[in-house]
Design a protein around this ligand. Structure first.
Ligand code: ADP
Ligand code: ADP
Ligand code: MG
Length: 245
């Protein structure tokens, strides 16, 4: 326990919640302790990541334990891989079950970057990752059946809500097991209640499994914290950097 506290102090990892998973300090621990697919470890090395960043140290084991998390770490600190790696582990392999992981990002540009990081880290695993670039072309070319051909979706909330609106919806989310909200601080601040309603509609459409949710932010946002405490199941709060709460 003393050693664990030392690791957290050293990397300025502040974590609040019950049954807090032990942080990883190397990516190799993902093989030895969590039996991550060796191909994923290979991909981590291939993209040049040698050791996990502080947010990765704590958020990866948390999500591998299927914990709902609220994670807060500065821009450029590796939050994308922190949620991608556990998602790839949980999904295991491509299936024809429909979308099983969904990542929301505030802008198309950020959604695109997340999509590219998914592709790099899942190289050789065969996952089919969907990034909705144009809602119109998605509807024309693929229609509702498309959601069954993909495992992972990265989208802005606007586009997704637009596809969910018609009855029946143009996209199916009933197989979603993981819902990640990236840059949740930004999404919550835009239009105040607007995003909350969109998130509620999206979560409602994820009606097949007990969906696990993870919220990632670059800055501490009181609104996000309150929302997470109210809605997430036994939330684990992870903050990297100087204590500010
Ligand atoms: P954030 O979402 O926290 O702003 P990103 O996920 O975009 O940060 O990562 C920032 C940069 O750091 C990216 O170029 C990414 O490839 C790189 N990166 C992520 N994890 C690691 C790591 N463990 N080691 C080295 N570089 C990393
Ligand atoms: P954008 O989503 O930026 O408008 P697209 O070309 O992907 O660009 O959208 C295609 C069409 O879908 C647009 O003409 C727009 O009218 C409609 N659309 C997309 N998102 C929404 C939304 N949230 N609400 C209403 N209509 C939308
Ligand atoms: Mg990011």
């Amino acid at each position: 326990q003393e050693e664990i506290n030392h690791v957290r102090n050293q990397h300025r990892i502040h974590v609040y919640g019950t049954d807090i998973p032990v942080p990883i300090v190397t990516f190799e621990e993902l093989s030895s302790q969590y039996k991550l697919n060796p191909q994923i470890i290979k991909n981590i090395k291939a993209v040049g990541y040698q050791i996990p960043t502080p947010i990765q140290m704590q958020a990866i084991p948390a999500m591998l334990h299927r914990r709902e998390v609220m994670a807060c770490a500065p821009t450029g600190s590796g939050k994308t891989a922190a949620f991608i790696l556990p998602i790839l582990h949980h999904l295991q392999e491509p299936r024809k079950d429909g979308l099983r992981a969904l990542v929301l990002a505030p802008t198309r540009e950020l959604a695109k970057q997340t999509y590219l990081e998914f592709q790099r880290l899942s190289e050789g695993l065969g996952f089919r990752i969907l990034y909705i670039n144009k809602t119109s072309s998605f509807v024309n070319k693929s229609g509702a059946k498309a959601s069954r051909k993909f495992d992972i979706l990265v989208s802005t909330p606007n586009r997704l809500v637009y596809l969910l609106k018609p009855n029946p919806p143009l996209i199916k989310l009933s197989s979603v097991q993981w819902l990640v909200v990236d840059e949740s601080d930004k999404l919550f601040e835009e239009g105040k209640t607007g995003f909350r309603d969109q998130l509620a509609a999206i979560y409602k459409a994820c009606d097949g499994h007990s969906v696990r949710r993870a919220m990632f932010s670059a800055t501490f946002a009181y609104d996000v914290e309150e929302w997470c405490k109210l809605h997430l199941d036994n939330v684990l709060q992870i903050y990297i950097g100087a204590r500010n709460t």
